[in-house]
Design a protein around this ligand. Sequence first.
Ligand SMILES: Cc1cc2nc3c(=O)[nH]c(=O)nc-3n(C[C@H](O)[C@H](O)[C@H](O)COP(=O)(O)O)c2cc1C
Length: 352
Amino acid sequence: MVALSSDLKTRLASPLKIGPVEVKSRVLQSPLSGVTDLVFRRLVRRYAHDSMMYTEMVNATGLHYVKQLPKIMEIDRNERPISIQLFDCRPDFLAEAAQMAVAEGADTIDINMGCPVNKITRNGGGSSLLRQPELAGAIVQSVVNAVNVPVTVKTRIGWSEQEINAVDFARRMEDAGAQMLTLHGRTRAQGYNGSARWEWIARAKQALSIPVIANGDIFSVEAAVRCLELTGADGVMCSRGTLGYPFLVGEIDHFLKTGDERPSPTPIERLQCARDHLIMLWEYKGDRGIRQARKHMTWYAKGFLNAAELRGQLAVIETVTQGIDLIDRAIEHLAAHPTAPMEAEEVGLVQV
Ligand SMILES: Cc1cc2nc3c(=O)[nH]c(=O)nc-3n(C[C@H](O)[C@H](O)[C@H](O)COP(=O)(O)O)c2cc1C
């Protein structure tokens, strides 16, 4: 049982203020490339009506040359609040991309300064900006000048163990005009390994006046509460914990608002959600949606009898009907054997 201290409850009772934008939830769904498309966000929002969500990261140089909105930048007219995340190293291209994002309906513009992937850092984007704080500041300024919505930054605590510069970098982002900072408590060198070091988030929070959002290893209500207490952060952002589990943001949000733990979904409810996800992806993206659905389906199929076998089958589906049949059969089987022992595996962290 997790307890919500009255201190924390009071501290988080008011809306999260990102400049003039008020968000009625302190729990955010992170941007996840290849995952947080319009369909996934719709599922998360079923359980977390008020939370801020992010598109997958969009390349500003690509937008400059193609001048056409990629599908990953599409947002639903009704989805609010929503941020479009951009990455690049060119202040002018980012400013232009931000204007396109605002025209698409973004409530805020988030700039990715944390992505560790070589393909991105080689070109000067993502976490490589941690080593170029001046350029990073110029980027924020340029985007702030170009749009009339808040500009936010998502970054890591440093490039490597020897180059941790979270606090100075965060201050510089604030001075450049960023209205919120999300800090992933790992270095670029860590990738997704080891633990997130929340103590650095606490230090950045103490140094800044703008809201600071804690990110890294928020896999449960209990972790969210511990992180908020330790860091003093203004909110938490969930990432890998939501893969195959779009319930997480809502569970934490519900707890922070009420002090009550929402019952976890049963395996059947998780499979029903997987089924919806599959159908929605197919309707939105056609056959490409089915190929993308395979990984999601395997993430859902965890923690119940014969889950491993189902995962193997879902990983290679070719059609929506094939996927639906497999899921429906698994649901029938679970319904017929409600007391069947669980497989010895945890629902939760997905290896990426
Ligand atoms: C598959 C995957 C895709 C990601 N895509 C993005 C992205 O597009 N933009 C971004 O800022 N971070 C991205 N991240 C980083 C996450 O948002 C988050 O910062 C990181 O996973 C740490 O949180 P966690 O320990 O709770 O997973 C991605 C992470 C994963 C695993």
